[in-house]
Design a protein around this ligand. Structure first.
Ligand SMILES: [Zn+2]
Length: 142
């Protein structure tokens, strides 16, 4: 098959290869881009099978390095159009840790934050915090 018509996208959460996108299936509807431009790109926030499984077991903590992030990375979209397909894109440290719900409740004091994390099943977290907690190992359910 012609490579230009197939792309392997990446998972938003773990960065691993996620889905194979075939042009015939998607046509040119994908944000107006040809399918080859999707190669190695994150195209939506659906977790890959592995992350979906991890999110059932616990909450994924994705390490970021705030000083390396675009200062506006967490700014919410300005309007509806921008909100479409919007994905926060901070600079990641590469650390991904999964904590059980109980551990999240013990770790975070703010009940609003706890609810947010338990509902979303993933959060970004400063790598320094992971270092301080000594849980900066990869993909470990603790
Ligand atoms: Zn994944």
């Amino acid at each position: 098959m012609d490579n230009n018509f197939v792309a392997l996208t990446r998972c938003y959460y773990c960065g691993e290869p996620n889905e194979i996108v075939i042009d015939r299936y998607l046509g040119h509807s994908h944000h107006g881009k040809g399918v080859s431009e999707l190669q190695d790109k994150v195209i939506d926030m659906r977790p890959c099978n592995k992350c979906e499984e991890l999110m059932k077991q616990g909450v994924m903590l994705i390490g970021i390095i705030p000083s390396m992030c675009d200062p506006n990375w967490s700014a919410p979209p300005k309007d509806k159009k921008q909100a479409e397909g919007w994905m926060p894109n901070p600079y990641r440290s590469g650390d991904v840790v999964v904590l059980k719900d109980d551990a999240i409740r013990r770790l975070i004091n703010d009940p609003g934050m706890v609810n947010y994390a338990l509902e979303k099943r993933w959060i970004f977290i400063d790598k320094e915090v992971l270092n301080m907690l000594g849980i900066n190992t990869k993909k470990e359910v603790a």
